[in-house]
Design a binder for this molecule. Structure first.
Ligand SMILES: [Zn+2]
Length: 329
């Protein structure tokens, strides 16, 4: 938690934000500034900003905190609303979103041309063409995206900046099954699963966004959370529509807050691996959700399984439903 908040604060130091909003101050000491408090009426400056700690404190009204806290107080917003308020300054540019659309369309076209990609999907239990289309699953063979996109007029620098090309100018995704990660209409990132020997999971640089396909389930009274997109895909295929995916066991702040909005029961269905990392993450997350009065259940798969392997190795919807019903807080 807090990773994205830290990124945001690094990009926008409190002093820069205040100055953009016409706060005038004079330096006091090496890393402090003082000026009139923007939060209460005063004639003598008592509002201090510490640039080393990136925080403020007002001796007049007693308020203090970081950038997010300042935005909450000055605009009367909740914590989450403040993040949204500050977000346009960190959101990807319009042309970045357009180039990702093109890349995803290209990857989708490639899927049928590479038998190794289809056989990988098959091996992970993902069969239904309608679902593959709905999730916009594609294949990055590597070595052809740069040519394709530059021929369409996208500048090399933009492709580098978005992360589709690496520092050497080659395709960043090489022999990977690709899922676009959308927030509303916009693709905010891509997930690439290696079908070869390369490191299994890759994203483009930048935030991975909120919970996967959250719009589809946000009104469900019971939501199943899995950690991988192949878990997500097999559950959808098995007829479970109330599923979302956190893309790893560590939820970012947006994802955590999404689970906290409204009343629901969250079924955490993380991997049951030998080193217990999935279950430990589920337990910690359950505690944090509990503190926000969100009910949680932990779905216990057989030892060594994740939802994907459970279905691939013969588990069916009825058996999974049984596990969900047997899940305990
Ligand atoms: Zn004040």
């Amino acid at each position: 938690m807090g990773e994205d908040v830290e990124t945001l604060k690094r990009r926008l130091p409190l002093l820069d934000y205040l100055r953009q909003h016409n706060w005038t101050a004079r330096p006091v000491g090496r890393s402090e500034f003082v000026g009139l408090c923007p939060l209460h009426e005063e004639t003598r400056p008592s509002f201090y900003v510490n640039t080393r700690k990136d925080v403020f404190y007002c001796h007049g009204c007693g308020q203090g905190g970081d950038l997010i806290r300042f935005v909450q107080l000055s605009h009367h917003l909740s914590f989450r609303q403040s993040l949204t308020f500050l977000d346009p300054q960190t959101a990807p540019a319009v042309d970045a979103s357009a180039v990702l659309d093109r890349a995803v369309a290209f990857y989708q076209q490639q899927l049928d041309n590479y038998p190794e990609a289809l056989s990988y999907l098959n091996q992970r239990g993902v069969h239904y063409p309608a679902l593959i289309r709905e999730l916009e699953i594609g294949y990055a063979p590597g070595g052809s995206l740069r040519r394709h996109l530059t021929a369409q007029g996208y500048p090399f620098d933009l492709l580098r900046q978005v992360g589709l090309l690496n520092a050497q100018g080659s395709d960043a995704f090489y022999q990977r099954i690709v899922f676009p990660l959308r927030e509303g209409k916009h693709i905010v990132n891509l997930y690439g699963r290696s079908i070869g020997n390369a490191f299994a999971h890759r994203f483009l640089p930048g935030a991975k966004g909120g919970l996967y396909a959250w719009e589809k389930v946000r009104h469900c009274p019971e939501v199943i959370v899995v950690e991988g997109l192949f878990d997500y895909a097999v559950l959808r295929q098995a007829g479970f529509d109330n599923v979302t995916c956190s893309l790893g066991t560590h939820l970012n702040l947006d994802q955590f807050l999404q689970l906290c909005e409204g009343q629901r029961t969250v079924y955490l269905t993380f991997d049951v691996d030998d080193n217990q990392s999935g279950q430990q993450a589920a337990e910690q997350l359950a505690h944090r959700l509990d503190a926000k009065s969100i009910a949680t259940r932990r779905v216990l798969l057989p030892q060594g399984h994740d939802p994907n392997s459970f279905f691939v190795q013969g588990g069916d919807a009825r058996q999974f439903k049984y596990l969900v019903e047997a899940a305990h807080p």
